[in-house]
Design a binder for this molecule. Sequence first.
Ligand SMILES: [Zn+2]
Ligand SMILES: [Zn+2]
Length: 344
Amino acid sequence: MRALRFNAPFDVTVVDSPMPVIVDARDAIVRVAATCVCGSDLWYFRGDNPRDAGSVIGHECIGEVVDVGTDVHNVRVGDFVVVPFLASCGECRLCRDGQLQSCIVAAEAGIFSTQGAQAEYVRTPLADGSLVVVPGGRPTDDLLPHLLAISDVMATGYHSAVAAGVQSGHTVAVVGDGAVGLSGVLAARMMGAERIIALSRHADRQAIATSFGATDIVAARGEEAVAEVLALTQGIGADAVLECVGTEESMTTAFGIARPGATVGFVGLPHDVVAPIGRMFRHNIALAGGVAPSRFYTPALIEAVLAGEITPGDVCDRRMTLEELPTGYVEMNERRAIKAWATP
Ligand SMILES: [Zn+2]
Ligand SMILES: [Zn+2]
């Protein structure tokens, strides 16, 4: 089969790779119908996070189950599934509590996420607890990007809104205009936010934010952005803030625009971030969130896509063949594409 192999920073190529096989009775093999590049794949691409040379990269996909291990009972060969990036058993104490990101069984097995999804086939661990069957079988092609987005960015954006405690009627501010931030805008709309302020400097991303429900766009950054959001909120800040970047600047901005008593929902992987504990204490501002238990939200998000209520795949703005997908890394790294995706 063909697959994207990570060779070294700035060097990802499509190569012939061995077909994945069942190695654990709880595995399934999925023929990939659509896959995409994650913002976190770019950390490897840029060399910011180390990765072994020679591995097949990618953790976001949807597709058809073509083989299952002997201990898989909830999904069958022929099922069309969303593969949440996070692997979880669905049955342990923490999974039952909704804390799938900390699944005890996955931790014991040394598994965090599906690996090698930018390929024609992928092995998915803990298939029973992880995979979510799409009702009705393989969807029409126009739905593929929307279901694909659920495998990570939409679930992650949704988690930021849940963590921030977004409620009907809220004024919500979203820091970050990548695929996750834009998904956070959509999630805030789903939860009934009355006003959604998207912080975005790029015209193409502003357009998607607006189509997803943003009512105000703030193009400034840093202290200027804080001043603009405060001006839009009678000087007190937003009721809920979604932090979807993970840098010191984005976190500082998020706390700067959070009103007293608000919660900042953070899902951007923190890179050298220190929370402003003084401001948090002085104004009773909470910080909540972390890695999204993506599987937890997946069934409801699939229903919303199939019902035509949301189109989260609008963030997948660059469609390619699998052979072309290495170019997607370059385009995303240069911020010429929001999210590159391919249909192998
Ligand atoms: Zn991802
Ligand atoms: Zn578990």
